[in-house]
Ligand binder design. Structure first.
Ligand code: CA
Length: 364
């Protein structure tokens, strides 16, 4: 009788335990969960405030949301591949993922510049509208599919500064012959108004200014420029950043790696990238003015607005250069250009009576 009782109790306990396992971890019990270990290369110095910390944040979020099932290790420029080889490395599958800016690849994919920034193009808020609700992201994915890549927006700095100059710019004349680090279509526009444009990754700017390889540089805005110490190599700091009003940064994922991910991990990667996209803009918005005050008040930087004749000349050339991107018989390139231009016109019309009208009415 006693033996039977013990047997009954132990059977009951086993049944309970079994039932618990069945309800809480049915799939795990039959299918052990795969851990994905990925590498992400970036075009930024490791942990550079904003640009470099954003991909780290994104990878952290993915690790937490996936309970460690997708573990992404982030590398700074030059650790695995040089900054300007990120696109190739991800495209070819050397690594699974990259973080950078589409306009760095203009030599290979000129039209990709629309997905970062074009001169006098969209602001951050406007870019997010085009990307996420105006058809931009679908076109970007169609384009990058040709290169075996899947892009996701992951960061935006907001309106940048026009850059650092080692002399005052009082007219268009003063731009003649200047060697300036300025990537993307902005660089082509700068050449058209008489300068020489050089595309250098961020990590090489300081030394190039110091040694006189370049006379001027744009980088980002006060928050990043202070971190780079650019006030130590140039005295004049110019605005507004006509070349990049709202540059979108990109996560690029190798297509095979992307297709191999289960759908829940894909959703986590998308969500973490878009959360970082919003967070970076918030970070720059909150920190730029404090950094600007430090540059001007503590480091004696001379803050200047570009003269009107310079801005007018740039605007004139910018439109023509942007239109040149749509030349040729690639119908996808034309669709990208038309989508961007059509959206731009509409959003400018509405922002006349919303953003601009409000900011004007608010005054200072
Ligand atoms: Ca820039």
């Amino acid at each position: 009788m006693r033996t039977l009782l013990i047997l009954a109790i132990s059977l009951w306990l086993t049944a309970c335990g079994g039932a618990e396992r069945a309800t809480s971890g049915d799939t795990q019990a039959t299918q052990p969960q795969k851990i994905y270990k990925w590498r992400m290369v970036t075009t930024w110095p490791k942990n550079l405030p904003g640009l470099g910390t954003a991909p780290e944040r994104m990878a952290d979020e993915v690790r937490k949301m996936s309970n460690g099932r997708l573990d992404i290790r982030v590398y700074g420029a030059g650790e695995v591949v040089p900054a300007l080889e990120v696109f190739e490395a991800v495209s070819q599958g050397t690594v699974q993922m990259g973080h950078g800016a589409a306009y760095y690849w203009k030599g290979k994919v000129p039209v990709a510049q629309f997905f970062t920034a074009v001169p006098f193009g969209l602001t951050a808020q406007e870019m997010n509208g085009w990307m996420l609700h105006g058809g931009g992201l679908e076109l970007w994915r169609e384009l990058y599919d040709r290169y075996n890549l899947y892009p996701i927006p992951c960061g935006n700095t907001g309106v940048q500064m026009a850059g650092w100059f080692n002399k005052e710019i009082n007219s268009l004349e003063d731009m003649q012959g200047l060697k300036m680090r300025i990537p993307g279509l902005g660089g082509e526009v700068f050449e058209a108004i008489g300068g020489t444009a050089i595309n250098l990754p961020g990590g090489e700017i300081f030394t190039s200014m110091q040694t006189g390889v370049i006379d001027a540089t744009e980088w980002v805005g006060p928050y990043n420029d202070l971190a780079f110490g650019l006030h130590q190599v140039a005295q004049y700091y110019y605005y507004p950043g006509w070349q990049e009003a709202g540059p979108t940064l990109e996560i690029i994922v190798n297509k095979e790696a992307w297709d191999e991910l289960p759908s829940d991990l894909q959703a986590i990667v998308e969500s973490a990238s878009l959360a970082t996209n919003a967070d970076m803009l918030a970070e720059y918005t909150a920190r730029n003015n404090t950094a600007l005050r430090a540059l001007v008040d503590q480091h004696g930087v001379e803050l200047r607005r570009l003269p009107d004749d310079v801005l007018e000349a740039i605007k004139e050339v910018a439109e023509a250069k942007t239109a040149e991107l749509a030349e040729g018989d690639d119908e996808l390139v034309q669709r990208i250009y038309e989508s961007y231009q059509q959206y731009r016109e509409g959003v400018i019309e509405y922002h006349e009576i919303s953003e601009r009208a409000y900011i004007n009415a608010r005054g200072s």
